[in-house]
Design a protein around this ligand. Structure first.
Ligand SMILES: [Zn+2]
Length: 266
């Protein structure tokens, strides 16, 4: 028993020695989260003035929190995890993500999955224009040119697995920043192993047979048939040029691959 007490004391001392350089900004996080909690607890505002008032408020007793339904994967295009953590802890940058995964596989969970991170920017996926409101953002520490590390990918798969289970996220809803903002972004880079992820149930990949399919029509619209920003039927390869995931080998009909991927979506 004495030995156990001593071990606990030593463990406590060791923990106390790890100074958290983000103690001050963590305080800001808690303050902001508390402000949102108060907002959630408040009685909803009365409807517009022109509507007749009800005699009393009725709060339903059946509800829970809204859940994320998409996961957007990024590379940081920075030099280190530390640099990215600092970036996300400064208000002047106005950017954030829920998770940052280091090259060594260390996972930092920066924001509750139920809160909205600022990682998508101006983006669109199908008819969704507010990607940040429906998604989890994951940043992989990677400069954009280097290969992704095995330890990092192993951690990513674990995080993706737990998100998929927790929020019942469909296979096709694991996508990249380059997919939702093809004219501005290309992350995660062409080095990212989308095919491996698709084999594990995260995101889509095309069937090799599509490479011989030259019958598919040129692709320049989203799943609802509307033109994608920056793309015209005369420029069907633009999306694949900026979205490494669906960039085909030079000899392949890229538009056919794009069509196949889109058709694979539920
Ligand atoms: Zn990004």
């Amino acid at each position: 028993m004495k030995k156990m007490t001593m071990l606990l004391v030593l463990a406590g001392v060791a923990t106390a020695c790890v100074r958290n350089p983000y103690a001050a900004t963590n305080k800001v996080y808690r303050r902001q989260a508390n402000a949102f909690a108060r907002q959630l607890q408040a009685q909803p505002a009365a409807p517009a003035d022109s509507l007749p008032a009800t005699p009393y408020w009725v709060g339903t007793v059946n509800f829970n929190l809204r859940k994320p339904n998409y996961v957007i994967i990024h590379h940081t295009a920075q030099k280190s995890t530390e640099q990215t953590l600092k970036t996300f802890a400064q208000t002047k940058t106005q950017v954030s993500a829920h998770y940052v995964i280091g090259r060594d596989g260390q996972v930092y969970h920066l924001l509750s999955d139920y809160l909205r991170a600022w990682h998508g920017g101006v983006a669109r996926w199908g008819s969704i224009t507010d990607i940040n409101s429906v998604s989890i953002g994951i940043e992989l520490d990677n400069d954009g040119a280097e290969p992704f590390q095995d330890a990092q990918l192993a951690s990513l798969l674990k995080v993706l697995g737990s998100l998929k289970r927790a929020y019942n996220i469909p296979v096709a809803n694991f996508i990249g920043h380059g997919d939702i903002a093809p004219t501005r972004k290309s992350d995660p880079s062409a080095q990212f192993p989308w095919q491996k992820l698709a084999a594990r149930g995260f995101g889509l990949w095309y069937d090799a047979a599509v490479l011989t399919d030259t019958t598919a029509a040129p692709f320049a619209s989203d799943s609802l048939g509307r033109p994608l920003p920056g793309l015209t039927p005369a420029k069907p390869c633009a999306l694949s040029a900026t979205t490494p995931r669906i960039c085909p080998p030079p000899s392949a009909p890229s538009s056919a691959i794009l069509c196949k991927l889109i058709r694979a979506r539920p």
